[in-house]
Design a protein around this ligand. Structure first.
Ligand code: NDP
Length: 296
């Protein structure tokens, strides 16, 4: 069997297009421009690349982008003062603090200082609780992107067996909650799971979010299953740096019914969903209807 490739790049472009259309309508009909503030502390090169890309795509969608670059030695008090200012600013509908933060800053404290209604990363404890209890929340971008692609591919997810490998707060757990919300039968696997390949082979939907390059091989995949590869790993191969997922693409694609590639699968969906979340936050803040198909 040769799997269908789920084209996350094209899907993300479509989402960004939908966001841009809604933004143009918000401006024309209500004189409102959604605004996203991104806060970067320190000079982590990978974070700088992400922040630049977020700023560029925010502007391309017609939204206002506010970048706040702070020195690596910024105190917690100064960072919290900036967040309070952004919380109070009506032009800012979404706030994202780029993680990881330098070691002297308490990430939980900082994230929980963001107004939950502006928490477009969906990491605030209130949003985690709302998602866990099936209430309207801001949903973490990467799992939201995975859910959108799964809904598009399968139509309804109800009754399907889903196995999520990874139980992190930013990917594994919210992914599992979203799949449960769509009435999948969900298993969360992790480093202590016994006989992982056998557990994974029960899945109609297999989500790989382990942070280990190409760990999930075809042996883990039930014939015809959908494999969503969240992993982003840079490896050296044949003297070159290569981007690979947490799934071994060739062996999984030989067994799966559908698979997301790396690059060009889940990755591009993350920023697209950040834009979608910012638009959603803006609509909610202004008491306007939320755009269809861009939230969980
Ligand atoms: P974490 O390191 O926080 O979590 C990894 C999870 O995988 C843990 O729950 C861990 O289990 C589990 N795990 C590790 N080794 C094994 C193993 N041998 N068998 C079974 N489970 C294992 O990673 P994240 O959730 O932050 O990220 C996961 C992947 O997704 C990474 O590759 C990351 O780069 C990528 N990512 C991609 C994004 C995107 O935009 N596409 C965004 C965010 C992440 P335990 O809890 O027991 O230790």
């Amino acid at each position: 069997m040769t799997a269908k490739i789920i084209d996350g790049k094209a899907f993300a472009a479509n989402i960004r297009g939908q966001v841009a259309t809604h933004v143009a309508r918000l401006k024309a009909d209500h004189g409102i421009t959604p605004g996203l503030a991104v806060v970067l502390v320190g000079e982590d090169p990978a974070s700088e690349v992400y922040v630049r890309s977020k700023g560029k795509q925010t502007a391309e969608a017609g939204m206002n982008s506010y970048e706040h670059k702070l020195d690596a030695n910024t105190s917690e008090a100064d960072l919290l003062t900036l967040i309070a200012k952004l919380n109070a600013d009506p032009a800012v509908h979404g706030i994202l603090v780029q993680l990881p933060l330098p070691g002297h800053l308490n990430s939980d404290l900082v994230i929980n200082a963001i107004d939950p209604a502006k928490d477009v990363d969906g990491f605030h404890i209130s949003n985690v609780g709302l998602l866990g209890t099936g209430q309207k929340s801001m949903v973490p971008c990467t799992p939201l992107g995975c859910l959108m692609m799964l809904r598009d591919h399968h139509g309804k997810l109800s009754g399907l067996n889903a196995v999520v490998v990874g139980r992190s707060n930013i990917v594994g757990k919210p992914m599992a909650q979203l799949l449960l919300g769509d009435s999948c039968t969900v298993t969360i696997a992790h480093s202590r799971t016994k006989d992982l390949p056998e557990v994974c082979r029960r899945a109609d939907i297999l989500v790989a979010a382990v942070g280990r390059p190409e760990m999930i091989t075809g042996e883990y995949v039930r014939p015809g299953a959908t494999v969503i590869d969240v992993g982003i790993n840079r490896i050296e191969r044949d003297g070159k740096t290569k981007l690979v997922g947490d799934a071994h693409f060739e062996s999984c694609a030989a067994v799966a019914g559908a698979i997301t590639p790396v690059p060009g699968g889940v990755g591009p969906m993350t920023i697209a969903c950040l834009l979608a979340n910012t638009l959603t936050a803006c609509c909610r803040a202004n008491g306007l209807p939320e755009p269809d198909g861009l939230t969980a």
